[in-house]
Design a protein around this ligand. Structure first.
Ligand code: NAD
Length: 343
């Protein structure tokens, strides 16, 4: 999907839960100042939709994404241990969004300089398929919990080809395959085997490396600069991407794209942050960086570059940053500074 200047592009906008509406409003305001091409169809999902209409994923929201094939989404809350299943996972399944791309780059001075890692996570398989149940024993209906992880050769090949093509097209140097094939020999052994197979087709263009996930977690904290593109399974990717966010200043700074053959949904890596919701202090940068990925996705590279440059400029002045980055700006004050930086 590409856009020429001046042509509006229909896109679904989901404000989401918790801090979602605050960061979505700030992002839309900045995109308007940029002159972005998106013509928004505002739809609800998550807890907000459950409360309003009794359905966490209303048909009107699905229909809109089916039409636009493009969405910017605020975080959606999922009840822990009970209640409805994750709407994020349901959206990925519904639109076959098999690739989750989560870039993290040092943008503010912090513990690590020069971190520039892109995590590519398989988004539809593994332990997150949700095949789980309890087994009753005696009078305890939940005496045992059992879960099945599913990984297919097809799914591994699809994500591996995506990751290596991504690496080549972005001029990256190395792909590190992250697994737990020493213990989960079938479940993640197949993932490792197929990713290495695909990697051989890129010999001479992309260096291929592999790491066991626990070692990878430690290496990321000790020496993150050694990593370039990380290719991993669904659950490992979910966990490692929060760890990587911590290396570059926290969850307020890391965006994500969920990519399928027919649709793409852009979001922040973080969740609905209920601890700070409604206080006007959430950092909207992650969602704004997701918007830059969305602009790139539709071919608006200049706009994406302008927005990224404005974000880098504003983050360079700590006073203009939100409290998670040591600043004192509110969400809307930060958006004001960005609008000013865009000129
Ligand atoms: P979280 O990511 O919401 O918050 C973790 C910590 O990071 C909190 O202290 C929070 O205040 C902080 N934080 C997160 N985003 C921030 C921002 N933009 N600015 C400043 N600080 C920020 O994780 P959680 O508390 O474990 O999850 C809360 C809810 O979000 C859960 O219901 C979970 O299921 C959901 N969730 C949704 C998504 C998604 O929609 N893609 C992703 C992760 C979690």
């Amino acid at each position: 999907m590409t856009s020429t200047a001046g042509t509006p592009i229909a896109a679904t906008l989901i404000p989401g839960d918790g801090i979602g509406p605050e960061i979505v409003d700030a992002t839309v305001r900045v995109l308007d100042a940029l002159g972005s091409p998106f013509a928004w169809e505002r739809r609800s999902a998550g807890m907000a939709a459950m409360d309003a209409a009794g359905d966490p994923l209303p048909a009107a929201t699905l229909d809109s994404i089916r039409d636009t094939r493009l969405a910017l989404k605020g975080p959606l809350a999922t009840p822990v241990g009970k209640g409805f299943r994750s709407v994020n996972v349901a959206l990925r399944k519904e639109f076959m969004l098999f690739a989750n791309v989560r870039p993290a780059r040092t943008l503010v001075p912090g513990r690590f300089e020069d971190v520039d890692v892109v995590l590519v996570r398989e988004n539809l398989e593994g332990l997150y398929v949700g095949y789980e149940h309890y087994i009753p024993i005696g009078d305890d209906p939940r005496a045992v919990a059992e879960a099945a992880g599913i990984i297919t050769r097809h799914g591994c090949r699809r994500i591996a080809e995506y990751a290596f093509e991504y690496a080549v097209s972005r001029g990256r140097r190395k792909v590190t395959i992250v697994h737990k094939a020493n213990i989960l020999k079938a479940l993640t052994g197949l993932f490792l085997e197929v990713c290495q197979e695909v990697g051989r087709d890129y010999q001479g263009r992309i260096e291929v490396d592999e790491r066991i996930v626990d070692n990878c977690a430690m290496q990321l904290v000790m020496n993150p600069q050694q990593f370039d593109v990380i290719l991993t399974t669904n659950m490992f990717g979910d966990i490692l991407s929060d760890l990587i966010a911590g290396l570059v200043g926290g969850l307020g700074l890391t965006p994500g794209a969920n990519i399928g053959r027919d649709a793409a949904i852009f979001e922040a890596v973080h969740g609905s942050a209920p601890d700070i919701a409604g206080r006007g202090i959430a950092n909207p940068t992650a969602l704004m960086l997701a918007a830059t990925m969305m602009l790139e996705h539709v071919g608006r590279l200049d706009d994406a570059g302008r927005l990224r440059a404005a974000i880098t400029t504003v983050l360079g002045n700590r006073e203009q940053c939100t409290p998670d980055l040591g600043g004192r700006a509110s969400t809307s004050g930060y958006a004001d500074a960005l609008v000013a930086a865009l000129g």
